[in-house]
Design a protein around this ligand. Structure first.
Ligand code: ADP
Length: 433
């Protein structure tokens, strides 16, 4: 494996773009720094893509794709089976990179990595699926045949929070079916979400030009997005990330009648049903709300509890949250590790301070200890507050009481409805002090 990140006390290595099967210096020559979110240590220097480089990557993908899709299913699937085997051999090192580069605790990183060989083998298996359908025709004696063919080149933009698996899942199936890829990983995970995968597929025998990895600083991300949404040679985009960026890209794709596959953020409720085992519910919410510092698109952040058990649940989840002391990801017990970057930490601080100022009660945590945010439990949130609607994406949960299950479902689903607003106001008003 390439030496991806610096050992303690050594110079960070510099990594170039991966275009047409070759490591290439960016045309404009710029690099940005890849940091450890836990310690701030410089891990690597990463090439910062420019317009001319994106052009080269798309051109390489366009040129290579027909040859790749013309290979037999057995030839294409073999690359993915080999990649799965090589991945398994490198798993420990890749899990280490995931922890270092993104502040992932070991347990979460190991789980994430365990999904990758499954996805690779799944993609391999797709190559022999049926290619279409035979449909009836209105012309006697004839049938209509539909045939599925590769679209050509797919642009892929991926996030840093589950960077290995979400990146793999963003492109391997399409690639197995004969498409070529231009991948831009997140600026906070350029190695584990992109460059290390270029190495993996090269070692597995993928032909040049089929997977191109263009790394970009945050400042250049929008340029890549615009390029990929505008360029007619890229008919499909796959995006995993925030709803805000996803919306921008979806609008740009719609203007060009371009297809986009989105996986965005969430504002995920948990309903603790009346009579539930509260200790078990607290254990589940502790895991679902705080793992990986709550930086997962399916993290639980609105917890709805029946009025009768609300006080007990709140007391117990506070006690549980206090055990998730901010810790280095290298600590085997790490649940609440570093927030990925200062921008995200400041966003969490602003969101929670704003709700506190508007009357929400912060029972524990509620403060940044850079690069960490303390594990936080919030109550008395009203639907008028931004935090009722906006994903926290940090180690914090909101707890809200409900008076019957129908209302709980209304609250869970009714993020933006007037009924949801009225329901919260009614239950909130009826609670004792
Ligand atoms: P987060 O806030 O969690 O970082 P983002 O949606 O901002 O989530 O980032 C997800 C991916 O989208 C990253 O690869 C990032 O670089 C990229 N990105 C950010 N802004 C843009 C943009 N304007 N156009 C295209 N991609 C973008």
């Amino acid at each position: 494996m390439i030496r991806w990140i610096a050992e303690e006390g050594t110079e960070p290595p510099a990594h170039r773009l991966f275009i047409d099967g070759v490591w290439k210096e960016p045309v404009a020559g710029g690099y940005f720094t890849d940091h450890s979110p836990a310690t701030g240590r410089k891990l690597a220097q990463i090439a910062d893509v420019g317009v001319a480089d994106v052009e080269q990557a798309v051109a390489a993908a366009v040129a290579a794709q027909p040859g790749w899709s013309a290979l037999t299913p057995a030839e294409r699937s073999e690359v993915f089976y080999r990649a799965a085997d090589i991945f398994a051999e490198r798993q420990d090192e890749l899990v280490g990179l995931l922890c270092e580069e993104t502040g992932s605790g070991y347990g979460k990183a190991a789980y994430e990595a365990s999904l990758v060989p499954l996805a690779l083998r799944d993609a391999a298996g797709l190559t022999t699926h049926d290619l279409g359908e035979i449909l009836p025709s209105n012309i006697p004696g004839k049938v209509n045949r539909t045939l599925r063919t590769p679209v050509g080149v797919i642009g892929v933009i991926t996030p840093w929070n589950f960077p290995l698996y979400l990146t793999i899942r963003g492109f391997v199936h399409a690639m197995a079916l004969g498409n070529a890829i231009v991948l831009k990983p997140a600026e906070d995970s350029p190695v584990i979400g992109g460059l290390a995968l270029a190495e993996l597929f090269t070692d597995a025998g993928l032909p040049p030009g089929i997977l191109n990895v263009i790394t970009a600083s945050r400042e250049n991300a929008a340029m890549v997005g615009e390029f990929l949404t505008d360029d007619k040679r890229v008919p499909v985009l796959s995006f995993t990330g925030s709803s805000a960026v996803g919306r921008t890209l979806a609008v740009a794709c719609a203007e060009n009648f371009k297809r986009i596959k989105l996986e965005l953020g969430g504002k995920n409720p948990v309903i603790v049903l009346p009579g539930a085992d509260i200790d078990r519910a607290v254990e589940i919410v502790g895991f679902a709300g705080f793992l990986h510092q709550g930086q997962i698109c399916l993290s639980a952040d609105r917890i709805l509890v029946s009025q009768e058990q609300y006080q007990e649940f709140v007391q117990k989840i506070i006690a549980r949250a206090k055990t998730f002391v901010p810790t280095l990801p290298s600590d085997p017990n790490c649940v609440n590790g570093p927030i990925i970057n200062t921008r995200q930490l400041e966003r969490i601080v602003a969101l929670i301070e704003e709700s506190e100022a508007a009357g929400a009660k912060v029972h524990c945590g509620g403060r940044a200890q850079p690069p960490y945010y303390e594990s936080t439990v919030i109550t008395d949130v009203t639907p008028q507050m931004r935090i009722w609607r906006e994903e926290i994406f940090g180690p914090a949960v909101i707890v809200t009481p409900y008076s019957n299950v129908d209302q709980a479902v209304e609250l869970a689903n009714g993020l933006f409805t007037d009924e949801g607003v009225d329901a919260v106001a009614a239950v909130g008003a009826s609670l004792p002090g």
